[in-house]
Design a protein around this ligand. Structure first.
Ligand code: HPA
Length: 271
């Protein structure tokens, strides 16, 4: 999506909102519970926003919900656009760019991921420390957009201060929170056991099909990011069970409450 369409999309979404949002929270597979909670929420379907398609995968509703959470003006994104749906990298990150145009400076990205680190079990939450782009493409190719960097620094893709807050909140809640590296792959097939061994050898702790393009776009815009993966399954080859999307969705629902408490705690402490 190019600059004029992004501007139109931001204007259309902004007209529905009671205020300018501070924080965007992208809800991963099965983690949509927060979307039902924000006080006085306004819901805007992707289909009502110029340039946005309707999201396609089961469990992805494709809408923004604006509401106050822990006293913060929050825009929630329920439903994501994925590269594996055939969307361009630029469209996948359109929600980030639109949110930034509306004033968002902080993005919380959640996702469901397969655990590669053998210490990770389904239901665990992983605090993202870093990422590897196995999409082999970037949302930043082509013309440089307003407010973006041609060559953004990626030495701290996830904000250390927000990570610290998440660790503090987790300790307070008694939620074990591991840290690790997220490998973003294209999908949509899950990995083979050989691919998982390769990802592990290359430094990945978890693998999923989202988040990486969004973090790249967010960093290019100078937004700070917090990344949380819900480990929905052992990555291929680490368990005798075959992988299924159903399992991923169910793990999201089971851990949804913990995830919500963690995010609320971070919002409450954010400066
Ligand atoms: N691989 C890739 N994406 C995923 C997985 C996985 O094992 N689990 C949830 N999303």
């Amino acid at each position: 999506m190019q600059e004029p369409m992004l501007d139109r999309a931001a204007q259309a979404l902004g007209e529905h909102l009671p205020w300018r949002p501070e924080i965007l929270i992208v809800l991963g597979s099965g983690l949509g519970g927060l979307a039902d909670s924000p006080g006085k929420g306004v819901s805007v379907d992707f289909r009502g926003i110029p340039g946005f398609p309707s999201a396609g995968v089961a469990g992805h509703a494709g809408r923004f919900i604006a509401g106050e959470l822990e006293g913060r003006r929050v825009l929630l994104q329920a439903g994501r656009l994925h590269l594996y749906e055939g969307h361009s990298p630029a469209l996948v990150v359109a929600p980030i760019r639109v949110a930034a145009r509306l004033g968002v400076r902080t993005v919380v990205l959640s996702n469901a991921a397969g655990g590669i680190d053998p210490r990770l079990s389904p239901g665990d939450i992983l605090l993202l420390d870093d990422q590897v782009n196995f999409n082999w493409r970037s949302p930043l190719t082509g013309a440089v957009l307003e407010e973006e960097d041609r060559f953004p620094d990626m030495s701290a893709p996830y904000d250390p201060e927000l990570q610290g807050l998440a660790l503090d909140v987790a300790a307070e809640l008694g939620v074990p929170l591991r840290r690790g590296v997220y490998a973003g792959v294209l999908g949509p097939s899950y990995e083979t056991p050989a691919e998982v061994r390769m990802l592990r050898a290359l430094g990945a702790d978890a693998v999923g099909m989202s988040t990486v393009p969004e973090v790249v776009a967010a960093r290019s815009l100078g937004l700070r990011t917090l990344g949380l993966s819900l480990i929905s399954n052992h990555a291929a080859g680490l368990s005798p069970e075959p992988l299924s999307h159903q399992e991923v969705m169910e793990a999201g629902k089971a851990a949804g409450e913990t995830f919500e408490r963690l995010v609320r705690g971070v919002l409450a402490r954010m400066g």
